[in-house]
Ligand binder design. Structure first.
Ligand code: GAP
Length: 514
């Protein structure tokens, strides 16, 4: 675990050192759980967003996008249930004076049982060698069975307490399992209480006329309240979807793990409107579609898993997370929810406006059901960064730091370098860069030795380095260096665009999804 924490710290400092992510208000010592994206970070973030947006709106004729305002009428949050129920169970430790989410403390305790099981499996795998069958071992070994049973007991109790909103029981679980504060090491806990996560502010120029408004905690409601606008003006027929990318804000109790849990973050959400009764089929389809989208990036299929929810949100009749293996364990990157007709019905009730769809095939009006896919841009960014970072030992004994970013998401696609800063090589390199820059994010670099320049590009994940040397002036060939293999090949300048395009273009990635 210490090793993983260490590697995570290195990733965080690498992100800052190379201009991916900075703490917000850095010169004022930062602001809790708020971050800024730097010159490379913003490019990578935009590439992630483009991948998502185009996979939704280009690949599905029946999905359109919108961009709704962050401020919305405050009654929307009453209708959606966020004013009353968008809470986290909070607990304080009296000794460390630190605040925790009670559910997270218990989930961490459950993860300890999982770790124990994995350790037993690893030990046995060593003992039995190649013939070892992990699944068989897990289902028959008495020690593993005993740990699994204890985990299940805790899980059942926890799930019930969460579903019943039983705060006293959550505290009792923490006491019974002797969960201690990781900082003070004590069990001196307060009672568990609910904490609403929405940020409130005032809108209006006079104090008497001011109205309390919220910073939206999800982008989804902007889609629901525009359902009729889009359906009518776009002549959309069910099933159809509305996609949106935008900022969301949550006053998180525990903000940690860098950009994993932020107070200001960005979501990419799509609400897919379907006939009542068909929602669970669509839920299964979207689960599959979204996992395929993730896996297409080639970061390793084994790094993903589904996690079905124990406690369903107040609006859902089925929910799953797509989790990614971060350095601090498998964590949620995306949520897929079957939200029933809850939101549209609530807005109909609170606004007094009829929100129904007339289905010409059924010759009947109804309130559509909704499948939601909701992914955090920042969490996606973190998963890409973490899975790409490597300190690679080279054959010559040196180490290089390299980001094996999915090439389509890399902030810089090509670095163009003259071997030396004379003999007309810089002019030729500029000429090549001017040819490529309309299609690909390029960097021109002529400082330091060629080896140092390669390392700089490896550290920011640039898939290709193109080097211009004296031979280039004679025969219009260059060397192209591949980031991951470090292999170099001599090719003609006219071949460059084709080679680069085949690996970095979003088009090929999108084609792999259909
Ligand atoms: N509209 C549904 C919704 O908001 P959610 O599971 O609360 O569902 C969806 O959030 C996604 O938004 C999560 O899977 C995660 O990627 C991202 N997310 C949620 N809270 C976040 C936070 N505090 N910081 C960064 N990303 C967050």
């Amino acid at each position: 675990m210490a090793k993983q924490e260490d590697s995570f710290k290195k990733i965080v400092s690498h992100a800052k050192e190379y201009g991916f992510v900075f703490p917000s208000s850095d010169i004022y010592d930062g602001l809790g759980a708020v971050y800024d994206y730097g010159q490379l970070g913003v490019e990578m973030k935009n590439n992630i967003k483009r991948y998502w947006w185009e996979s939704m709106t280009l690949l599905h004729e029946n999905i359109v996008g919108i961009d709704s305002a962050i401020f919305m009428h405050p009654t929307i949050w009453k209708a959606s249930g966020h004013v009353d129920a968008f809470n986290d169970p909070l607990i304080d430790n009296r000794d460390s004076k630190k605040r925790y989410r009670a559910d997270v403390l218990i989930e961490d305790e459950m993860a300890k049982f999982d770790d124990k099981i994995e350790k037993e499996v690893a030990k046995a795998a060593k003992r039995f060698g190649e013939s070892f069958d992990a699944e068989l071992f897990k289902s028959t070994n008495p020690r593993v069975q005993e740990i699994a049973q204890k985990r299940e007991e805790l899980h059942t109790r926890f799930a019930k307490a969460m579903n019943d909103n039983d705060l006293a029981e959550l505290k009792q679980i923490i006491l019974d399992y002797e969960i201690v504060d990781p900082i003070s090491g004590t069990k001196n806990w307060t009672d568990v209480r609910q904490f609403n996560l929405m940020f409130k502010t005032e809108m209006g120029s006079t104090s008497e006329g001011a109205m309390n408004v919220y910073l939206r905690p999800e982008t989804a409601q902007g889609i629901f309240v525009n359902f009729l606008n889009v359906q009518k003006t776009g002549r959309m027929r069910i099933p159809f979807g509305i996609a949106q990318i935008g900022k969301a804000f949550r006053n998180e109790i525990v903000a940690r793990q860098f950009i994993f849990r932020m107070r200001e973050f960005e979501q990419m959400e799509m609400q897919f409107f379907v006939r009542p009764g068909e929602e669970l089929d669509w839920f299964a389809k979207w689960k599959e579609t979204r996992l395929k989208w993730h896996k297409a990036l080639g970061m390793g299929d084994h790094k993903y898993r589904y996690h079905d929810h124990d406690k369903l949100a107040h609006y859902a009749n089925a929910a799953t997370d797509i989790e990614f293996e971060m350095p601090f364990g498998f964590k949620e990157v995306e949520g897929i929810h079957s939200r029933t007709n809850f939101d549209l019905s609530q807005h109909e009730k609170y606004s007094g406006k009829k929100i129904q769809y007339f289905d010409p095939e059924m010759n009947q009006s109804y309130t559509p059901y909704v499948i939601e896919t909701s992914i955090g841009v920042d969490r996606m960014f973190l998963s890409v960064l973490c899975s790409s970072y490597e300190e690679e030992k080279l054959e010559n004994g040196e180490t290089r730091v390299v980001l094996h970013l999915p090439k389509q998401l890399a902030p810089v696609k090509v670095a163009v370098m003259p071997l030396v800063r004379k003999d007309g090589l810089p002019d030729k390199a500029r000429e090549i860069m001017n040819m490529l820059k309309f299609d690909y994010a390029c960097q021109y670099d002529e400082k330091d030795s060629i080896g140092k320049r390669y390392r700089r590009q490896d550290a920011i994940g640039t898939p290709f380095c193109v080097t211009v040397d004296h031979q280039t002036l004679e025969d219009n060939t260059v060397t192209i260096r591949h980031r991951d293999s470090m292999a170099q090949e001599r090719i003609s300048i006219s071949e460059l665009a084709g080679i680069i395009d085949s690996e970095v273009s979003l088009k090929n990635l999108l084609k792999s999804l259909v």
